[in-house]
Design a protein around this ligand. Structure first.
Ligand code: GLN
Length: 536
């Protein structure tokens, strides 16, 4: 692309205002106007990637097809834009410093003192420009994580300031997202936090072009004028982002507020095609007017923070809309399940998901949930650890290997039905060393998964160290749990299913990373269909 345009999205006042959703919504609208768009996230923390972060703290770790462990916002980008992101789409301070320090050790700086400016900022700028250099995109949106004014955000804001000079104002635009709180006591919306937040940006040499204001109540023209006056942006650049019932409505609301039109004017470009949001509108309509209802339980151990299972929850939303069904999801902590309460806890659900996870905490509750699904014939979907637990349950309760287990949980078992992958033996470092990213999988005809995908070769993303132990395959298949898909190169079993059960499927990969609004994932669609049938 001769002239790639760069949009930067910053946030002020508080975190969790939804920069990711605003970035993804804008990306979707620009795409709908004929532009090729990608979105990148810069995270100011020092971890090299979020792979080593506890899901309680940071929510899900999203995995790209090329094997990067990334921030969950990349999931929103892919789901909204129906694109694939890459290693280059998520950069952290840790990664920036790692590159600079590696260069310094190699002697690349030729004796110079290595400093935040220019060396760190140059590396940030290089990473921002990297996606532009691929020549694939008309527009690149860069979301800056954190909140303006934080110490750790400063080098990023400085890099954006410099890039505006390097690239020119007509090639860059800055959107600042803030909060307009409502004070109950006085019944007023307050603009002061926004004014202060813009001041902080100005102190750092940045004048935002557009302000997106998160609010619980509609902004009056007076409020917008006040913000416009105090923050040096014109009235049409003050955009309201009101709370909505589903994140998928945000692109439509941003379009009503003319965010896409305003940004194109700032960038001095014209829409390539008339805007096409038809399929998106259909999806939102279906979502809000679903006729049926199904109850799904997600059994996991990170249930206190729903963001830990973000992609699974969104995949269920996509599959629900496709099936004209509203999905009620309840997350159940597996540690709370025991043989006395299991029937009571799982009664009334039309589908059971056992979630991905690590370590043995809560594992017994997961095994009980699988047993319940298997024996009561409730549709069951096991994802990654969920598959592994299903294998352990089958080995113990059907094959009679009482102490069967995954060697992740114990090395004492006589029946290691789930075992460490060969390539993992000898690995000691934790960061970025799992089997990560997209691998192909060949499906066996006459399986349920084949009927769901309607093709033989698929590609899905992985994040694990353990695998099904092929020494046991014949035992399993004889008793009714079969391999439904394998990796053709390594022979690793990627999917198992139980043909005698209405819907019992476990996948070693994470299908949830591949579900988008415009292409809901076939396994989730099929699972929800089975749950609807089960609900009668
Ligand atoms: N802990 C398991 C493994 O490493 C499963 C991982 C997961 O569920 N993502 O193989």
């Amino acid at each position: 692309m001769a002239n790639t345009k760069y949009i930067f999205v910053t946030g002020g006042v508080t975190s969790s205002l939804g920069k990711g959703i605003i970035s993804a919504s804008l990306g979707r609208l620009l795409q709908a106007r004929g532009f090729s768009v990608t979105i990148q996230k810069l995270d100011p923390y020092i971890n090299v990637d979020p792979g080593t972060l506890n899901p309680y703290e940071h929510g899900e770790c999203y995995v790209t097809d090329d094997g990067a462990e990334t921030d969950l916002d990349l999931g929103h980008y892919e789901r909204f834009l129906d694109i694939q992101t890459t290693q280059a789409n998520n950069v952290t301070t840790g990664r920036i410093y790692q590159s600079v320090i590696n260069k310094e050790r190699r002697g690349d700086y030729l004796g110079k003192t290595v400093q935040v400016i220019p060396h760190i900022t140059d590396e940030i700028k290089r990473r921002i420009m990297l996606l532009g250099k691929t020549g694939k995109y008309d527009i690149i949106i860069t979301e800056i994580g954190g909140t303006v004014g934080d110490i750790e955000s400063l080098p990023y804001i400085e890099s954006v300031r410099q890039l505006r000079w390097d690239l020119g104002h007509e090639n860059t635009a800055i959107i600042h997202l803030t909060l307009v709180p409502y004070l109950n006591a006085s019944g007023e919306l307050k603009t002061k936090p926004t004014q202060h937040s813009v001041k902080v940006l100005l102190e750092n040499g940045i004048q935002p072009d557009i302000l997106v204001l998160r609010t619980e109540h509609h902004l009056t023209r007076e409020i917008r004028k006040k913000v416009s006056l105090f923050c040096n942006v014109n009235l049409e650049s003050v955009i309201q982002s009101i709370d909505v019932s589903t994140i998928y409505e945000v692109p439509l609301l941003m379009h009503e507020e003319n965010l896409d039109k305003t940004i194109l004017e700032k960038l001095r470009i014209k829409s390539k095609t008339p805007i096409k949001m038809g399929p998106w509108r259909d999806f939102v309509f279906k979502l809000k007017n679903a006729k049926k209802e199904v109850n799904i339980v997600l059994v996991g151990k990170y249930v206190e923070l729903m963001d830990s299972y973000k992609s699974i929850l969104e995949s269920l939303v996509h599959a629900g809309a496709t099936n004209n069904a509203r999905i009620n999801v309840e997350c159940l902590h597996s540690e709370l399940l025991n043989s006395t309460n299991i029937s009571k806890k799982l009664d009334g659900f039309d589908g059971i998901i056992v979630a991905p996870g690590f370590g043995d905490r809560g594992i017994d509750g997961k095994i009980l949930a699988v047993q319940y699904a298997r024996t009561k014939k409730v549709p069951f979907f096991g994802i990654c650890l969920g598959l592994q637990v299903a294998v352990v349950e089958f080995a113990r309760n059907v094959l009679g290997y009482e102490d069967a287990h995954s060697t992740e949980m114990t090395n004492m078992t006589k029946h290691p039905v789930i075992d460490l992958m060969e390539e993992q033996k000898g690995i000691t470092e934790k960061g970025g060393t799992m089997r990560l990213g997209g691998y192909s999988c060949e499906l066996y005809e006459s399986t349920k998964v084949y009927r769901a995908y309607r093709k033989k070769m698929i590609r899905e993303r992985h994040r694990h160290r353990y695998e099904f132990n092929n020494d046991y395959l014949t035992d399993f298949e004889k008793q009714g749990m079969i391999a439904a898909g394998v990796n053709p190169e390594s022979n690793l079993i990627e999917i198992m299913e139980q043909p005698d059960h209405p819907w019992f499927i476990g996948t070693q990969f994470h299908p949830e990373y591949n579900s988008t609004v415009l292409n809901p994932h076939p396994l989730f669609v099929s699972f929800i269909k089975a749950a609807i049938d089960y609900s009668g």
